[in-house]
Design a protein around this ligand. Structure first.
Ligand SMILES: *Cc1c(COP(=O)(O)O)cnc(C)c1O
Length: 411
């Protein structure tokens, strides 16, 4: 049980131990700061894994939640929900989509997106076209279909036969995608920027080339913007940066600002198979969730907000690049777009995250030896200065550890 080494020193818990949790708990949050139960304050550049896009305790979100909480929480999708119709229309007006379906999580959004793509072809008389081309290093969730789509053996093994219908290509390799297209292919499912995979940004032309391939072969382009969506990259959705429109898109994380909410969206054409009775959810889009989603959009779509995220993201990236120059033995690379940034380490990303936490700063490990910096989108100069300070001290600590181990003299 090497994965759970840390739990040996922690008091037992009745939570199923699928996580190796850090032994810290938080009592409250304000803006970009979290207060631990021992009173210490942490700078939060994880934002609950890109969820708390407006930070903690944002007054507009808190008020929206409380106001709606007093009125009505839940009614079911057997009835019209005006708050949901309003949020869907606002998302449609601001995006490529014609329709929105609200869910409770990223994985549920992906399931809906995958079903929509399959049903499109089935409704056109081609039920055999159910396969999606996906990519190495992808992460699409933890349900049976989404672990198969993600393709990570660590998540697949031991859970029975792998769900059929996913063919993997190396991320960014358009020739490999071409080679995988066959008579059963329904579409391509891709993160415009891989999140869990390590903030991997594909070559600039990749998404455009995928779009062209899809058009040529009658395939649907399905984007997973669960992490990159809702303003994270300085656009409402990351594909806007790449000048490409999808047919179907799944999002979640930031959309509820911390309230569990997701959505999948589709053009009229790609969604044409999803008629009455084909899909549903009990909780998805309930009035309480919709109040939070509408409140998030009030802020994210306010004039200038997204431009500001893009601008601040550039500033943060520059400061991180300077930090890399100062600590070349620790930091190998800075990458990403907007406030979706990755810091690739030479040493160990897990060790880096621990060192940052010792400086009371939260960052999130990802694949490819990267830690993710996903600050609340409201973070600014003050928080960036704090972050660079703390990350600098974390780098110094790692350098001191390297020197003590005698590995510091190699270069
Ligand atoms: C987090 C994430 C998911 C899964 O979301 P859950 O809410 O955990 O189900 C899917 N895709 C991407 C790109 C993600 O970052």
């Amino acid at each position: 049980m090497a994965d759970h080494m840390s739990s040996a020193t922690q008091p037992p818990s009745a939570i199923l131990p699928t996580y190796a949790r850090a032994d810290v708990s938080f009592a409250r949050g304000e803006g970009c700061w979290l207060e631990a139960t021992d009173g210490s304050r942490y700078l939060d550049f994880g934002a609950g894994i890109a969820v708390c896009c407006l930070g903690h305790g944002h007054p507009h979100l808190v008020n929206a939640l409380i106001d709606q909480g007093r009125k009505l929480w839940h009614v079911s999708n057997l009835f019209r929900i005006p708050e949901a119709e309003r949020l869907a229309q606002r998302i449609v007006d601001a995006s490529f989509a014609d329709y929105v379906f609200f869910t409770n999580s990223g994985a549920e959004s992906l399931e809906g997106a995958i079903k929509t793509a399959r049903k499109y072809h089935a409704a056109k008389g081609h039920p055999e076209r159910f396969r999606l081309i996906t990519f190495e290093g992808a992460f699409h969730g933890r349900t049976l279909a989404t672990i198969a789509a993600g393709g990570n053996p660590k998540y697949i093994e031991g859970f029975g036969p792998k769900a059929d219908g996913f063919d993997q290509a190396p991320f960014g390799d358009i020739e490999a995608v071409k080679a995988l297209i066959g008579p059963q292919t329904a579409g391509v499912l891709v993160e415009p920027i891989q999140g869990e995979g390590g903030i991997r940004v594909p070559p600039a032309s990749f998404l455009k080339a995928l779009r062209a391939l899809c058009d040529e072969h009658g395939l649907l382009l399905v984007l997973d913007e669960v992490q990159s969506g809702m303003g994270r990259t300085g656009k409402l959705f990351a594909h806007e940066l790449m000048g490409v429109m999808p047919d179907i898109l799944a999002t979640a994380k930031g959309i509820g600002g911390g309230f569990p909410l997701g959505a999948f969206m589709t053009t009229r054409e790609a969604g044409s198979g999803m008629v009455t009775g084909t899909h549903g959810t009990t909780y998805g889009g309930n009035p309480l969730a919709m109040a939070c989603g509408n409140a998030v959009l009030d802020v994210v779509l306010a004039p200038g907000f997204l431009e500001e995220v893009a601008h601040k993201g550039t500033l943060l990236k520059q400061r991180l690049a300077a930090l890399q120059d100062a600590h070349p033995k620790v930091i190998a690379e800075i990458r990403g777009e907007g406030m979706m940034l990755g810091l690739r380490t030479h040493t160990s990303n897990a060790e880096f995250a621990v060192a940052a936490r010792a400086q009371r700063m939260l960052v999130i490990p990802a694949g490819d030896n990267v830690v993710r910096l996903l600050p609340p989108l409201i973070a600014g100069d003050e928080e960036f200065a704090e972050a660079i300070d703390r990350l600098g001290r974390a780098c110094q600590q790692i350098e001191a550890d390297l020197a003590a181990k005698g590995n510091g003299s190699a270069s």
